[in-house]
Design a protein around this ligand. Structure first.
Ligand code: ATP
Length: 458
């Protein structure tokens, strides 16, 4: 961030399918938040996608990570498209970013938003409000292994799980820290130490060791099989849940599913030490079945934007975005089809952006910021016109000298990402988004360690 101007540099990767429809709506809301709360977003957009793979043979350029490195955060839509195998799109774009930037904490809030119907009968928003923290860089998803004697009767494959002390400790501690900032102050560990006899007992050991440093946090742990059942039967038991790469992956899809539509679920890939940019993306994929129809729900993308604002120190703005989402859902605002409405992507994005711009939405509605907002000085941004090259020059230059210019956009204008007026370099285009100053077993409950407090009856 440029401290003097309170400007955040954002790399935007719309990606594929509905990512191209939801990302502009996310940006629209972020811009409205910037105007209202006094910050600017300098956005550089990259066309890295399956389309790019089809035309040029790679999801992103070889120096892709270098191009992103100077950003304060990455705002991603969705990646994947029929015709490009999933493992190619995943390992060609998402995994290199997550691992290259050591985004070891994958964080997915699972909250039943007011006005959203959960598939779990009789559950209320107060009962479904937890966060899944997934280890994002090692564990079961290692690239260590191989295949021998292919095509013969002796053929075998092996893939190693890698659990390092550093990897376990840092994700478990991240989860403890997160739990310590939430009112319930409770952390659950996902394990399978009865069946996986080396790595999982080690994970349990590291969890127990870390727990000694957080005596104020209630802890428990479950084997992954029964834990998935508890997510469905007793979502109210959970506050923060930490798991290895595989277990966290499963739980972080199940969690949003119990919280209603996948279209509203948000996620963050965090590098807590801030040595590298963190990445924010909705949980959903590119959804080819509805792509191009303008019916995708943009709330997951917009909520991911709120997580990004929080990470950037704009906690007040992040809370305002969440309040606007909640107000839209409770006050009969436009809804997309997945939530039982008829509205399109732009109508929902526009309504949320307008609510953020008006600074309303949700007096009395609950919204939780995980840290206190920073107090920042007044901002004076230069006056600029559409398409006028940025006179400030150097500090706004995109990666690798990509052309950067400033665009004034009306607060709630619907539409795709602004197009570059100049030559695009390496698929990058950039805008300055302006801020306000400028204008189991048989389902049996298995509890491995009993916390001091009584658990709710199950
Ligand atoms: P992945 O990329 O994870 O393999 P996918 O792109 O095939 O998955 P998902 O994103 O997981 O699909 O979504 C599954 C289905 O849920 C989609 O086919 C779509 O019908 C629906 N869906 C997903 N996201 C949204 C959304 N934002 N709004 C409305 N419906 C959605």
């Amino acid at each position: 961030m440029d401290a003097a101007l309170r400007r955040h540099r954002i790399a935007v990767i719309p990606g594929d399918g509905i990512g191209r429809e939801t990302t502009p709506e996310g940006l629209r809301v972020l811009e409205a938040a910037g105007r209202r709360h006094g910050f600017e977003l300098a956005c550089t957009s990259y066309d890295w996608s399956c389309d790019r793979h089809t035309t040029s043979g790679a999801m992103m350029p070889e120096d892709g990570l270098d191009q992103l490195r100077g950003s304060d955060a990455i705002f991603l839509g969705a990646v994947g498209w029929p015709g490009v195998p999933d493992h190619v799109s995943l390992w060609g774009l998402l995994i290199p970013i997550r691992r290259g930037f050591d985004q070891y904490a994958n964080v997915r809030p699972c909250r039943l938003l007011p006005g959203v119907r959960t598939p779990l009968a009789g559950r209320t928003p107060a009962e479904i409000d937890f966060v899944v923290v997934r280890e994002n860089t090692e564990g079961e998803y290692s690239s260590v292994g191989g295949r021998m004697f292919p095509g013969t009767p002796h053929e075998f494959v092996s893939q190693q799980s890698i659990f390092t002390r550093r990897g376990c400790d840092r994700i478990i501690r991240y989860a403890f820290e997160l739990a310590s900032r939430r009112p319930r102050r409770k952390l659950t560990s996902a394990t399978k130490s009865n069946g996986i006899t080396f790595t999982m007992p080690y994970w349990d050991e590291r969890f127990a060791e870390a727990a000694k440093s957080y005596p104020g946090i209630e802890t428990d742990q479950f084997h992954i099989d029964i834990l998935t059942a508890h997510f469905v039967q007793h979502p109210d038991w959970f506050d923060v849940v930490v798991g290895s790469n595989l277990f966290g992956d499963i739980l972080s899809d199940l969690g949003p599913a119990v919280a209603g539509s996948i279209g509203v679920a948000a996620s963050a890939n965090i590098n807590p030490e801030r040595e590298f940019p963190s990445m924010f993306e909705p949980v959903h994929g590119s959804a080819p079945d509805i792509a191009g129809k303008g019916v995708a729900n943009p709330i997951g993308q917009i909520w991911s934007g709120a997580l990004m604002l929080e990470h950037l120190g704009e906690a007040e703005a992040a809370a305002a975005v969440l309040r606007a989402i909640e107000a839209l859902l409770t006050e009969g605002g436009p809804r997309t089809r997945d939530l039982g409405g008829q509205a399109g992507t732009r109508a929902v994005g526009g309504a949320i952006a307008a609510a953020v711009a008006r600074g309303r939405g949700g007096a009395g509605l609950r919204c939780r910021a995980t840290h206190r907002p920073r107090r920042l000085g007044a901002v004076r941004a230069p006056r600029v016109r559409v398409g006028v090259p940025n006179p400030a020059g150097r500090d706004l230059r995109g990666p690798r000298g990509a052309m950067v210019w400033q665009v004034i956009r009306p607060p709630v204008r619907p539409g795709p990402l602004p197009r570059s007026p100049g030559r695009r370099r390496r698929g990058a285009r950039a805008t300055l988004c302006r801020g306000p100053a400028a204008t189991g077993r048989q389902g049996r409950r298995r509890r491995l360690r009993t916390p001091a407090r009584e658990r709710p009856a199950g």
